[in-house]
Design a binder for this molecule. Sequence first.
Ligand code: URA
Length: 240
Amino acid sequence: MQLQDILYSQGFGTRRVCAGLVQQGLVSVEGEPVTDSSAAFSEQGLHFTVQGVPWEYHDKAYVLLHKPAGTECSQKPSTYPSIYTLLPAPLRQRPNKGAVQGVQAVGRLDQDTTGMLLLTDDGQFIHRMSSPRHHVPKVYEVTAKHALDEAQVNKLLAGVVLDDDPRPVRAAACEIVGAHHLRLTLTEGKYHQVKRMLAAVGNRVEGLHRSSIGGLALPPELAPGQWRWLREADLAAVRG
Ligand code: URA
């Protein structure tokens, strides 16, 4: 693929802007400066820098973000900064079928929830992961206002009825980890589900953190606000 098309596909701007970046000497490929924007490279696994910023070619982008508190999972946030401001511009500007679309969050977390969030520009992946038939377990670390007890755990496991659906929702797993710390596994993702489930058993969520999705746990070295690429093995673990 020509270098200008490689940069374009990765979200570095229009083809014209990308050609300009190369011609101005702002791009290096595998450590070597390249000024011919139509020079061709095998794109798979290609490493390059644009204005000194290292990048690697990805056909589709799959990333993991450690969502910090006080951020909204919306492109047009109402009160708090958008999680998308935590991502570098190329991830936000990747073209998709000719339009600038960038990566999208796979589901949403509340503004005060922290932890694992996946983002991708693979529409099929988002669809599959969000489908109710695709029961990917998600683990939440809950800080509860009131002390937890076995009666609450048993109700969460047996199923509680929320206000928008007569069918009970149940936790796939639920364990008391500390007097006020519950580890809850859900295989679906209704609006405010954890908060509403805790309220249904007479408790209240004071802190919420998603610690894993499928077989992939949030890496401890990924600080709040940081992101990293997901590799094939990570994606296999997520899919379970
Ligand atoms: N359940 C909630 O109540 N909030 C979240 O952010 C995620 C799950």
